[in-house]
Design a protein around this ligand. Sequence first.
Ligand code: NAP
Length: 315
Amino acid sequence: MAEIRETVILGSGCAGLTAALYTARAGLKPLVLEGHEPGGQLSITTLVENFPGWPEGIQGPELIANMKKQAARFGAEYQHAHLDAVEVGAHPIKLRTSAGELHTRTLIVASGARARWLGLPSEQALIGHGVSSCATCDGFFFRDKDIAVVGGGDSAMEEAIFLTRFASKVTLLHRRDAFRASKIMLERAIAHPKIELRTNTVVDEVLGVDEREVKGLRLRDVKSGEKEELKVSGMFLGIGHEPNTKMFHGQIDLDEEGYIKTTNNVFTTRKGVIVPGVYACGDVQDRRYRQAITAAGSGCMAALEAEKYLEEHGH
Ligand code: NAP
């Protein structure tokens, strides 16, 4: 039989690593399954200016590396593995992972969310050939090229601003004329000489499928219906995220968009009843705030609840 862990944490972003730090300091030797995107979204972001304690800001990957090191100092363990299936009703909870079977008394789900795509066949065909959802990963390939960024939130603004380091011009395409982005990010994008904002505009097709590289975009003005071709070599998506909860369908309650429903901040439920020992934190259960600091805060809460649960059950 597999070894029984006190705590397994799914995900190694800000929420998971904070939960790891707290449970490690409580002597629970947490095992963190790092998931498909180790370090989570912070690991593919640039400067984080709104995490308290860093007056000059800190690079996302550095912040994550620090958190990882900090939790490891108190005994957190890390495994390059992801979850394939889970049985939350079992005691102990059973996990089937890419690295084998695991049993645990408590489970902290911090599996986060991943980038959303437009869903156009031409877009899907050109992922990795000029279509990307990660400016920090792929921006380098677009030196002196014209590119487009899709979206009207902070991610899109951040990507557009970051991409001006490489691109000759960045056209930011947004489907409405009101923006979700924070005022400061929007103002930076508007003021940037290399960025042009186009509102009420959607992408109908990415051109270049036959050539296997992005040649342009077929755009449509949603107000006038007018169509136009924009010549670009790349398209970056900044249109939000989807929660990583596929393996929890039928196991715990999810909302209509697949985010984990929680009660009292971090408790998970199944058919409305609290699932003992299973907690959720970070972006996988939060579509309202979605900040590094709120993810860290909920990771702390989940860890404290896991500790309390283990103590109450004599472990
Ligand atoms: P978001 O705020 O949900 O914005 C998503 C944007 O994409 C919206 O403008 C939305 O348009 C658009 N969109 C969604 N689906 C689309 C589709 N199918 N076609 C075209 N456009 C589509 O997501 P986010 O920008 O990723 O930000 C998420 C959270 O992280 C926010 O709380 C944000 O503040 C935070 N964040 C902060 C920073 C920072 O402070 N440095 C950086 C990145 C993210 P509509 O507006 O029309 O719905």
